[in-house]
Design a protein around this ligand. Sequence first.
Ligand SMILES: [Fe+2]
Length: 96
Amino acid sequence: MSLATVDRPKTTHKLHYDQEIIRTAIIAELDATNLYQAQLDNLNSEEAKKVIEHIIDEEREHISELYCLLMKLDKEQMDKMEEVNASTCIAGGFQE
Ligand SMILES: [Fe+2]
């Protein structure tokens, strides 16, 4: 993934600036994952499929690393993550 084409963050607040960059990087990684998944679905070569599957796995790792970093930089996002984990993931699913 390259951030070279990503727009410059709009905020001038230093912490918000970093948060915005990380959120943009997460979006790019998710887009890359979708692109590779679509390619995988259309590939015929088993060798090519293995390479793309490996890349998709790496992109998922990048997403997780970036999201972990965002949790450290954005306390409100961390609070929401804890709230969601407690009420949904751990309980075994979303509840209304
Ligand atoms: Fe990546």
